[in-house]
Design a binder for this molecule. Structure first.
Ligand SMILES: Cc1ncc(C[n+]2csc(CCOP(=O)(O)OP(=O)(O)O)c2C)c(N)n1
Length: 1196
C-alpha cells in the first residue's frame, strides 16, 4: 500500500461517524468485521502518522501494522493493530473513556434514525486498543492547542516595548522559549512538555503548515508561538464569519506571511526617519511649545502611510482622517504632505488675516490633494478639524465620509476610506467611541468599514491604564462590531506594517471595521512641558533607557545588511535639511489665513456668488399639489401594498387637506422636502424614530402589513429626476448621530441635513457636538454647515424631561451682540444679519413658515446651522395650518408675525402688546378670546429669535405707541428666550429717544427643573401665567364660556345619538358579564376628525368664536383626557366646522369636583402657594420715566 492508497482509504471512510464506527468495531469483537473501518474519521490521522513512521522504519510499528501497510494482510485482523507511538500516561481513565464513547454512540445512532438500543453495546469494551484512543486524544489535544493559540495567543504576545506588561518569558521547553502561558493553553499547558518529536496531522483550521500536512509538535508550537505570541497579538476569534477568520488565518499563518522584502524594509526605515525626524526637529526648534509629540509611537506614521498606499492601490480616492492632538502635526506633514513651512508658520504667533477666531495648531483641519508616489495615483486626504474633546470627532468624520460616498455614488465604500486615530485612554473612556462604532453596520450610517488606529502610549495624561479602564485592552469596545483587533509592539516596525497591510486589505475585502492597536510609549510628558516622573517614575526610568524605535530599527537593518550606516545617516540628514529649508521658508510667511486650514472647501459653491443674495423660497401650486398627492397616496395599485387602516385614514385626511389647499405641519414639512428634492437637493432626516415621528405625525415610511421588510417612502417617488430623500431611524444615540449628521452636512452645501431629537432636551447628551462643532465650528475652523436641529419643545405638562429643548442654552451661545442695534437700513440687512451670526434659532408657529425656513437653509448664499424648536401638540393644532397661498411664489419666511386681528385694526386702543414665540401663541390667543380682550391686546410672534429681528420689532413698537410691552413665555424665567430677548428689546427701545417703555416679563418663576411633572401644578402655573397677562375671568366671561360648553355638549350628545341610531352598536358581551361596553366612550368625549382645513385656517378673523387649545397649556383635561397621547389627537369640530376645545368641559359641574389632593379647591380659583408668576418691576430709571409718562400721557 502506498501513501495515496492509504489516503484514498482514509478519505473513503471519512463520512463514517463515531456511531457507525462503534457499531462496526463492536461487531468485530463479536463475529464479523468490516475491514479498514478503523481508518476513518480522526483515527485516519493516526494511521497516516503511523504510516509515515512505518515508511521511515517498518520496525518502528507493531507487526500487525507492518503487515497491513506492506499488504501482507490476513493476520491483520487476527490481531488488532496496536499503537506504537511513544506514549505518555493516560490523562483519562479508560473506563471513563468507554462510558463517554458509549453514550455518544447511542446518541448519534438515535439521531441518525437507528436504534440507540441496538447501537449501544451493553458491556462490550472499545474495540480499538488503548493506544488508538490515546493517539486520537493526542490529536485532539494538538487541535485544541492550535485553537488556543488562535483564540488566546494574544494574551502571551510580546506587545509592550517597555516590558512592563506581558508574558513571563521564563518557561523553556526543549531549549525553545515558549511564551504561551497557562492562560493561553489552560488545561493543555502540560502537554507542551511531552514528546515534541511526535508527528501530527494538521487540522484544516490552521495554515501554519503551508503545503505540509504533518508537523512534529515542536514545529507546530514554534510556528504558533511566532505567529500568535510574537510582536503581534491578534483578537479575531470573536468574528463569527468563517470566511473572515479563514482569511485572517491565511494572512497570518501561512509560512513567511509576515516577512518583508529588503525594499520594503528600506521604505519602512525611510518613513520612520521622516516621522522621528519631524518630531526631533520641532523639539529642537520649539523646546517649550506644546505639540503633543508622537515620540514612542513614531511608527504610527509609516503605518498610516502603508494603509494609504494599499487603499489607494485598491481604488480609494478620498481618505478622511479623524484624530486628536497626539502626532497630529506629524500626520499633516508626512501623511497629508501639508507644506512644512505652513505648519511651522503656525509657531510664529502670527495673526490670521481673515475672519474667524482660529484654533490651536494641533486642532486644525487640512484638505490636500496629492499624488501618491508609491501608487502613482491621486488621492485626497482630509484631516477633519478637531476640538479638544477627545474622540468626538469620530462621528463627524464618519458622517463626512459617508456623505462623500453618497455624493460620489459609491454604494460600497470603494473610493472613500475613513481612518480614525485614537488615544488608548480616550478610546476606552469616551462613550462616543461606543456610540460611533455602533453606527458601523447600520445601512444609513455605515462607512463600509473604518480603520481604527490606536496610538497606545500606555498612559492617559497622568493616569495608568489600570486606573483608567476595567477592560484588558483599551480596544475592547471595538468588539461590539466583531472587528478584528491587531495589537502590535510599536518597536517592531515590520510587524506594525504587516498589521497595516492586513487591516487595509481586510477593509477593502470585507468593508468592515478593523483595529490596529500600536502599543508603544510616550517619551515625554503629556505635553512637552510636563514632567512625567512626577507620576510614572518607574515607567519613565525604563523609557529613559530605551533607544528610540528608529535607532533600533536602523541597527537591525544595518546588521541584516539591508542598509549601511552611511546610507542611514545620509537619509537622516536629508530629511533634516528638508525641515531646515522649510523653517527658513516659514520665516518669510508674514500672513496666515484661517481658510488655509479648511477641511471642507466648497469652491464651486462660493466662487462667483453674491453671498448676500437669497433665492426666493416660495413654490408653485402645481408643485404643492404633486407633492401633496403623492404624499397622500399609497403606491400604485399593481404593487398591492397593504397599508395599515390608520395610515389609510391619515392619507385620506392629507388628501382632503390638499384638496382644500391647506397644509398642517407635516404637510408643510413635506412641501419643503419635496420641493427641494425636485430641485436636485439631497434631503436627509435622521434621528430616533423620525420615520414615523415621535408624535406619529410624519409617516414618511409606510410598512406593508403582511410582507416583511416591504416599505414605501413616497418622497422618493415624486419626480423621475429628483434628488434622493433619505429618512432614517437612528440608533439610540444623540451624540454620535448628531455628530454624524453634522459631518454629513459638511460634505456638500447642496444638501438639507436634519437631525431631530425625539424630545428637544435629549440634545443634552449631544452637548459636546453642539458646543464644540455646531456653535463654534465656523468661528474656529471657518467651515460652514447648514445642519438643522429639530427639537420638540413646549410646556404641555409632560414633565421635566420632555418639555424643554433648552432654548436658553442655544440662545446664550449665539454670538450676535445684544447691545448693538444693527444697520437695519442696509438693503441686505436680513442676509447680512444671518451671515454674521453663528447659527439661526427659530421657534415657529405656522407650517408655511417652517416650509420657508427649511428652504431658506439651501437658498442662502452661505450655510448656517439652524436650531428649530419644533411643535408637539401644535403639530395637530387646528389653527396651526397654512393655506397654499402662504407657500406660493411671492410668499417668504416671516421672521415675525404681527397681530392681524381686531387689535391691529385700531392700534391706538391697544393697551397691551404681547411679544411671544412658538406654541404659547396659541394659548395666548385662546385666553385672549376667553377674556374677550381681542380689541385691546395685540399678540406678536417672534418666529426667528436669533438673529433678533430688530427692524420688525421696531415697527411693532411704533405701531402700538400706547401699549404696555410684555414678553410672554411659558418657560421658566431662567429658561426660554427671556434672557436673550430682554437686552435686545432694551437696545431696540433705546434707539428711539422718546421711548420710555420697557418690556416686562410674564412667565414662570425661575426653576432648576425645566418643568413640573405634576399636571395639577402645571395647570396651576398656567393659570397664574394667563392671569398675569389677562387678569381673572370676569363673571360675564365665565357665563359666556359655560354657555358655549353646554351648547357643545348638547351638540355632541345629539351627534352621538344620531350616529347611534344610524349605526346601532353591536352588543359586546364584556368578559365580566357586565353591561356592553359603549363604543367610542361617553358622548361628551367623542373625538372626530379635524374640521375642513380651509375653515380651520381662518380662526383669526373669526376671533369671536373660541378656537381650540389642545396645546396642553390650557385648562386641565377631563379624566379621559389625562394621557398625553390623547391630548395630541385632533380636536373635534364645533359649530360650523369651527374647532372647539373639549377642555371647556372642565367648566361644567363635573370638572368643578375637587382636583387632586395637592391642589385645593376649584382648579380655576386656586392660586399657587408660592407665587410662580410675576411681572418684573422696571428698573428705578424706567419706573421714574414710566411714572412721568403716566402723569403726562403722550399724544398719539
Ligand atoms: C473629552 C475630554 N476629556 C478630557 C480631556 C483632557 N485630556 C486631554 S488629553 C488627555 C489624555 C488622553 O490620553 P490618551 O487618549 O491615551 O491619549 P494620549 O494623549 O496619551 O495620546 C486628557 C484626559 C479632553 N481633552 N477631552
Amino acid at each position: 500500500m502506498n501513501k495515496s492508497q492509504l489516503r484514498g482509504l482514509v478519505l473513503a471512510k471519512r463520512p463514517l461517524t463515531w456511531g457507525h464506527r462503534w457499531l462496526k468495531i463492536s461487531c468485530t469483537l463479536g463475529k464479523t468485521f468490516d475491514r479498514d473501518s478503523f481508518a476513518s474519521g480522526s483515527s485516519a490521522a493516526y494511521i497516516e502518522n503511523l504510516y509515515s513512521k512505518w515508511q521511515r522504519n517498518p520496525k518502528s510499528v507493531d507487526e500487525s501494522w507492518d503487515a497491513f501497510f506492506s499488504g501482507k494482510e490476513p493476520s491483520l485482523f487476527k490481531k488488532t493493530p496496536v499503537q506504537t507511538l511513544p506514549t505518555r500516561k493516560y490523562r483519562r481513565r479508560p473506563m471513563e473513556l468507554r462510558t463517554t464513547v458509549k453514550a455518544r454512540s447511542g446518541e448519534r445512532a438515535a439521531s441518525e434514525g437507528g436504534s440507540s438500543v441496538s447501537a449501544a453495546p451493553s458491556a462490550a469494551p472499545p474495540a480499538a486498543p488503548p493506544g488508538d484512543w490515546k493517539n486520537i486524544d493526542d490529536h485532539h489535544t494538538v487541535q485544541a492547542i492550535i485553537r488556543a493559540y488562535q483564540m488566546r495567543g494574544h494574551l502571551a504576545a510580546d506587545l509592550d516595548p517597555l516590558g512592563i506588561v506581558g508574558p513571563d518569558k521564563s518557561s523553556s521547553v526543549d531549549g525553545a522559549k515558549r511564551q504561551a502561558a497557562k492562560d493561553v493553553l489552560r488545561q493543555h499547558y502540560s502537554y507542551i512538555f511531552g514528546d515534541l518529536n511526535a508527528m501530527f496531522k494538521l487540522p484544516s483550521s490552521t495554515m501554519i503548515g503551508g503545503d505540509e500536512q504533518f508537523l512534529p509538535l515542536r514545529e507546530i508550537l514554534d510556528r504558533l508561538e511566532r505567529i500568535y505570541c510574537g510582536h503581534i497579538g491578534i483578537e479575531y476569534m470573536q468574528i463569527t464569519s468563517l470566511t473572515k477568520t479563514t482569511w485572517i488565518r491565511e494572512r497570518l499563518e501561512r509560512p513567511k506571511a509576515l516577512e518583508c522584502s529588503k525594499e520594503e524594509k528600506k521604505l519602512i526605515l525611510e518613513r520612520l526617519i521622516r516621522a522621528t525626524g519631524f518630531e526631533n526637529f520641532l523639539a529642537k526648534k520649539f523646546t517649550s511649545e506644546k505639540r503633543f509629540g508622537l515620540e514612542g509611537c513614531d511608527i504610527m506614521i509609516p503605518v498610516i502611510k502603508e494603509v494609504v498606499d494599499r487603499a489607494t492601490n485598491d481604488g480609494v480616492e478620498s481618505i478622511f482622517i479623524g484624530m486628536a492632538h497626539r502626532g497630529r502635526l506629524n500626520v499633516l506633514a508626512n501623511i497629508c504632505r501639508k507644506p512644512i513651512a505652513d505648519i511651522l508658520a503656525q509657531f510664529h504667533g502670527l495673526q490670521a488675516s481673515d475672519p474667524g477666531a482660529g484654533d490651536v495648531k494641533y486642532h486644525l483641519g487640512v484638505f490636500q490633494e496629492r499624488l501618491n508616489r508609491q501608487t502613482n495615483r491621486m488621492v485626497r486626504i482630509t484631516v477633519v478639524a478637531n476640538p479638544s474633546h477627545l474622540e468626538h470627532v469620530n462621528p463627524v468624520l464618519l458622517g463626512k465620509a459617508r456623505a462623500e460616498m453618497e455624493h460620489r455614488g459609491d454604494t460600497e465604500g470603494e473610493t472613500v476610506l475613513p481612518i480614525i486615530i485614537h488615544g488608548d485612554a480616550s478610546f476606552s473612556g469616551q462613550g462616543v467611541v461606543y456610540e460611533s462604532m455602533h453606527l458601523s453596520d447600520l445601512p444609513n450610517y455605515t462607512t463600509y468599514g473604518t480603520i481604527h488606529i490606536v496610538s497606545n502610549n500606555q498612559v492617559g495624561f497622568t493616569t495608568d491604564p489600570r486606573f483608567s479602564r476595567s477592560s484588558r485592552y483599551c480596544t475592547d469596545v471595538a468588539k461590539v462590531t466583531s472587528a478584528p483587533i491587531l495589537h502590535v509592539n510599536a518597536d517592531d516596525p515590520e510587524a506594525c506594517i504587516q498589521c497595516a497591510r492586513i487591516a487595509a486589505d481586510y477593509r477593502t475585502k470585507f468593508k468592515k471595521d478593523v483595529v490596529i492597536d500600536i502599543v508603544g510609549y510616550r517619551r515625554n510628558g503629556h505635553n512637552e512641558g510636563d514632567e512625567p516622573m512626577f507620576t510614572q517614575p518607574l515607567m519613565y526610568q525604563r523609557i529613559r533607557k530605551l533607544k528610540p524605535c528608529l535607532t533600533l530599527y536602523a541597527e537591525k537593518l544595518i546588521k541584516e545588511g539591508v542598509i549601511t550606516d552611511g546610507e542611514y545617516k545620509a537619509l537622516v540628514s536629508e530629511y533634516d535639511k528638508i525641515c531646515e529649508d522649510s523653517w527658513a521658508k516659514s520665516k518669510n510667511i508674514k500672513t496666515i489665513k484661517n481658510s488655509t486650514w479648511l477641511d471642507s472647501p466648497w469652491p464651486a459653491f462660493f466662487e462667483g456668488r453674491n453671498r448676500l443674495e437669497m433665492s426666493p423660497t416660495g413654490v408653485s401650486e402645481d408643485t404643492l399639489k404633486t407633492i401633496g398627492t403623492v404624499f397622500s397616496s399609497l403606491p400604485p395599485q399593481e404593487h398591492k401594498f397593504e397599508a395599515h387602516k390608520g395610515i389609510q385614514r391619515i392619507l385620506s385626511q392629507r388628501k382632503q387637506m390638499v384638496d382644500d389647499k391647506v397644509a398642517d405641519w407635516s404637510l408643510g414639512e413635506v412641501f419643503a422636502f419635496g420641493s427641494l428634492l425636485k430641485e436636485g437637493v439631497h434631503v436627509r432626516l435622521s434621528g430616533q424614530d423620525v420615520e414615523r415621528g415621535t408624535f406619529s405625525h410624519r409617516h414618511h415610511v409606510l410598512h406593508h402589513q403582511t410582507a416583511d421588510k416591504v416599505v414605501y417612502t413616497p418622497l422618493n417617488h415624486l419626480y423621475p429626476d429628483q434628488a434622493q430623500y433619505s429618512v432614517s431611524n437612528s440608533s439610540l444615540s444623540e451624540c454620535a448621530v448628531l455628530g454624524f449628521e453634522h459631518g454629513y452636512s459638511m460634505a456638500s452645501p447642496n444638501t438639507l441635513v436634519m437631525w431631530e431629537g425625539q424630545f428637544g432636551d435629549f440634545c443634552n447628551t449631544a452637548q459636546c457636538i453642539i458646543d464644540q462643532f455646531i456653535a463654534s465650528g465656523e468661528s474656529k475652523w471657518v467651515r460652514q454647515s447648514g445642519v438643522v436641529l429639530l427639537l420638540p419643545h413646549s410646556m404641555e405638562g409632560m414633565g421635566p424631561e420632555h418639555s424643554s429643548g433648552r432654548m436658553e442654552r442655544f440662545l446664550q451661545m449665539s454670538d450676535d451682540d445684544p447691545d448693538i442695534y444693527p444697520d437695519t437700513c442696509d438693503c441686505d440687512f436680513v442676509a447680512r444679519q444671518l451671515m454674521n451670526v453663528n447659527w439661526i434659532i427659530t421657534n415657529l408657529s405656522t407650517p408655511a413658515n417652517f416650509f420657508h425656513c427649511l428652504r431658506r437653509q439651501v437658498k442662502m448664499g452661505f450655510r448656517k446651522p439652524l436650531i428649530n424648536f419644533s411643535p408637539k401638540s401644535v403639530l395637530r393644532h387646528p389653527m396651526a395650518r397654512s393655506p397654499f397661498k402662504d407657500f406660493n411664489e411671492g410668499s417668504s419666511f416671516k421672521r415675525l408675525i404681527p397681530e392681524d386681528g381686531p387689535a391691529s385694526e385700531n392700534p391706538d386702543c391697544v393697551t397691551k402688546l404681547v411679544f411671544c414665540s412658538g406654541k404659547v401663541y396659541y394659548d395666548l390667543f385662546k385666553e385672549r378670546d376667553d377674556h374677550q380682550q381681542e380689541d385691546t391686546v395685540a399678540i406678536v410672534r417672534v418666529e426667528q429669535l436669533c438673529p433678533f429681528p430688530y427692524d420688525l420689532i421696531t415697527e411693532q413698537l411704533e405701531l402700538y405707541p400706547k401699549a404696555e410691552l410684555l414678553w410672554a413665555q411659558e418657560e421658566h424665567k431662567n429658561s426660554g428666550a427671556w434672557f436673550y430677548v430682554q437686552p435686545r428689546f432694551d437696545t431696540t427701545l433705546l434707539q428711539n429717544e422718546k421711548e420710555t417703555r420697557c418690556v416686562t416679563y410674564h412667565g414662570r418663576a425661575p426653576s432648576s427643573s425645566p418643568a413640573t411633572g405634576n399636571k395639577a401644578q402645571h395647570y396651576k402655573e398656567y393659570k397664574a401665567f394667563v392671569e398675569s397677562i389677562f387678569g381673572e375671568l370676569t363673571e360675564e366671561n365665565k357665563a359666556r364660556l359655560e354657555c358655549i360648553v353646554k351648547a357643545q355638549q348638547a351638540q355632541a350628545k345629539a351627534d352621538t345619538q344620531g350616529s347611534l341610531k344610524k349605526n346601532p352598536p353591536k352588543p359586546v358581551k364584556p368578559k365580566g358579564g357586565g353591561p356592553p361596553a359603549q363604543k367610542g366612550g361617553s358622548p361628551g368625549k367623542k373625538r372626530s376628525d379635524p374640521p375642513p382645513a380651509g375653515k380651520a385656517a381662518t380662526p383669526v378673523s373669526e376671533s369671536k368664536k373660541t378656537p381650540a387649545s389642545p396645546t396642553g397649556g390650557g385648562t386641565p383635561p377631563t379624566k379621559n383626557q389625562s394621557s398625553d397621547k390623547k391630548q395630541l389627537k385632533p380636536e373635534p369640530a364645533g359649530k360650523g366646522g369651527f374647532p372647539v376645545s373639549t377642555h371647556r368641559t372642565n367648566l361644567g359641574p363635573a370638572a368643578k369636583k375637587a382636583p387632586p389632593a395637592t391642589v385645593p379647591g376649584d382648579a380655576h380659583r386656586i392660586l399657587p402657594q408660592k407665587p410662580r408668576f410675576y411681572k418684573i418691576k422696571p428698573s428705578p430709571e424706567r419706573a421714574k420715566t414710566k411714572a412721568e409718562d403716566t402723569k403726562n400721557p403722550r399724544k398719539p
